[in-house]
Design a protein. Structure first.
Lengths: 479, 103
């Protein structure tokens, strides 16, 4: 049963939330040892929360739109009194004194949390191999990565450990693992979902979004978590009151919509032929459903990855300055404060996090600031302008999510740049702030899932979901 | 124009590590010099675009200063916060001596 069906069954009293959560916990018992999707399984808390949902239903109350739905949270979202590690040794054992806003909203909607999921340390990576607690494996083929950085959240939904999960997407960290694990993954418009309690990586790019097995489930989850939050100063005041509900328009079809296939994220070098074929096939499916489909160029998107790998590390180097051994987490002793800070950080951070802190600190340092960070920010403006130009002619854009299907563990760990290239199709939407989502569409010859990416202008999630629903309905047969 | 992979020297890596408060080992400094050189070659592609006169974007949505009403409200519980710190004394965070200060 998917999340929509589970919530309906629990709300109507047809199924008990306790029974639903037990089913998911038993699947976790059976396969978690192999997959390692979780840093923490919250079995007892989940059973207690489910019992409360059942009690509410018995009293004739409505527990909410996610009544009894098992949900997994990426372990960079704060849960009061429960470990929140970012898969880093530097936060091992830390228990936040507050809940993230998304956690509160999900709980208030009746969701039952089953665990905190593994990620690349501080969400920096594309394979979930950069976790201090070991990698997560892809449920479709455990010799392969689930993608990243939200690999645990993607794997948890793909393995049906949870009906829904949340991830965070700074350069593709929801969409790319969704593609590799064969599930739906959504990066909403920047500012649509509160970042309060999301441990910051790159604040102008980070956005929380859902993983689900269906487009409708993803819309259901998004409408629970989004909306203005006074605790996040970048939260958009007009969400959701002034924008259309994706759930309300899912079955409206795509007749008359104008769809552009973006050359730079479909045809570029390094994008596998079967992935290109899936994007073209999705385009054809939309055409048969009544949309008009054409190719379009978003020229500066080609420079997105280079700009991203200056902007994101620059912001990260500033955000991660707070891990200094003073207020939380690990401390390695030193004679002076500065020695204590430097020893703590060298011991607590993994190799990729150090690499990005170094890259960002360098890009912001005297003498290099304008050449690197400044130029990247101007390129960001060009990318925004190119998307605006494309959206004058098209309602939504289409492209690949990941250049390839899931790769073998270890295949890209020795070459940081090869790993960074995993994000080439997804970073442009983070730089522009626009929404984008990945929908499973077809598989390669070995049966590994392929994801197609749907992109839309800011706050046009409703149109994006309509197109995603049409792609889902066309049932990918691209292989 | 630098040699491929040679945009950053080992001395610069050591300097940046100091700025970033990272006590790198010699091995880490060696491999970072090599890796950052390759990554910066790719990043430097941004200079291929003509960005003269283009304003920088720091943030994807237009931001105005956001102020809340000036009304007191509860904040995090001090004891709960301090319970998560590595060292505390008298309701405050405890740190080693500041550089140059007499013990």
């Amino acid at each position: 049963m998917n999340a929509t069906e589970l919530a309906a069954a629990v709300r109507s009293g047809e199924r008990s939330a306790v029974e639903v959560v037990e089913e998911h916990l038993s699947r976790i018992d059976a396969r978690e040892g192999e997959l390692h999707a979780f840093n923490l399984v919250m079995a007892d808390d989940a059973r207690a929360a489910a019992a409360q949902i059942d009690a509410a239903v018995a009293r004739g109350e409505d527990p909410g739109p996610l009544a009894g739905v098992p949900v997994a949270l990426k372990d960079n979202m704060c849960t009061r009194g429960l470990p929140t590690t970012c898969s880093s040794k530097i936060l091992d054992g830390w228990k936040p004194p507050y809940d993230a806003t998304v956690v509160t909203r999900l709980r208030d909607a009746g969701a039952v949390f089953v665990g905190k999921t593994n990620l690349d340390e501080f969400a920096m990576g594309s394979s979930t191999e950069n976790s201090a607690f070991g990698p997560t494996r892809n449920p479709h083929d455990p010799s392969r990565v689930p993608g990243g950085s939200s690999g645990g959240s993607a794997a948890a939904v793909a393995a049906d450990f949870a009906a829904l999960s949340l991830g965070s997407d700074t350069g593709g960290s929801i969409r790319q693992p969704a593609a590799l694990c064969g599930v739906v993954g959504v990066k909403p418009t920047y500012g649509a979902v509160s970042r309060y309690g999301l441990i910051a990586f790159a604040s102008s790019l980070d956005q929380i979004g859902p993983f689900a097995t269906t487009v409708a489930d993803a819309a259901l989850a998004l409408e629970v978590i989004w909306g203005h939050d006074p605790l996040d100063s970048t939260s958009i005041g007009s969400v959701p009151s002034a924008i259309e509900s994706p759930l309300a328009v899912l079955d409206r079809g795509v007749e008359g919509l104008r769809v552009g296939i973006v050359d730079e994220i479909t045809l570029a070098e390094g994008i596998a032929p079967e992935v290109r074929a899936a994007v073209e096939a999705a385009g054809l499916a939309l055409e048969s459903a009544g949309a008009s489909v054409e190719h379009v160029s978003v020229p500066s998107a080609e420079y997105g990855l280079s700009a991203y790998y200056l902007i994101a590390p620059a912001e990260a180097s500033s955000n991660l300055a707070r891990y200094d051994g003073v207020r939380y987490g690990l401390r390695v002793d030193g004679e002076t404060v500065e020695q204590m800070n430097a020893a703590t950080r060298d011991c607590g951070f993994g190799a990729e996090v150090k690499r990005r802190i170094m890259l960002g600190t360098y890009a912001l340092s005297t003498g290099y600031y304008d050449a690197y960070y400044g130029t990247a920010q101007r390129v960001r403006t060009l990318i925004i302008r190119d998307f605006e130009r494309a959206y004058e002619r098209f309602d939504v854009l289409l492209g690949a999510t990941s250049p390839t299907v899931a790769f073998e563990l270890g295949a890209r760990t020795a070459d940081p740049l090869a790993m960074y290239l995993s994000d080439v199709c997804t970073v442009p939407s983070n730089l522009s702030g626009d929404p984008a989502m990945s929908v499973p569409f077809g598989a390669d010859a070995a049966g590994l899932p392929i994801g197609v990416q749907v992109l839309a202008p800011a706050l046009q999630e409703a149109t994006m979901f309509r197109v995603a629903a049409a792609i889902e309905a066309a049932k990918g047969s691209a292989s | 124009m630098s040699e491929p992979g040679a945009r950053i020297t080992r001395a610069e890596v050591t300097h940046v590590a100091r700025l970033a408060r990272l006590a790198l080992t010699d091995d880490e400094a060696d491999s970072l010099t090599r890796e950052l050189g390759v990554i910066l070659d790719n990043a430097a592609r941004v200079s291929a675009l003509d960005t003269a006169g283009v304003p920088p974007t720091a943030h994807p949505v237009p931001l105005v200063n956001v102020l809340r009403a000036d009304v007191p409200k509860p904040c995090l519980d001090r004891d709960e916060v301090l319970s998560q710190a590595p060292a505390v004394e008298d309701g405050r965070f405890l740190v080693p001596r500041i550089l140059g200060e007499e013990p």
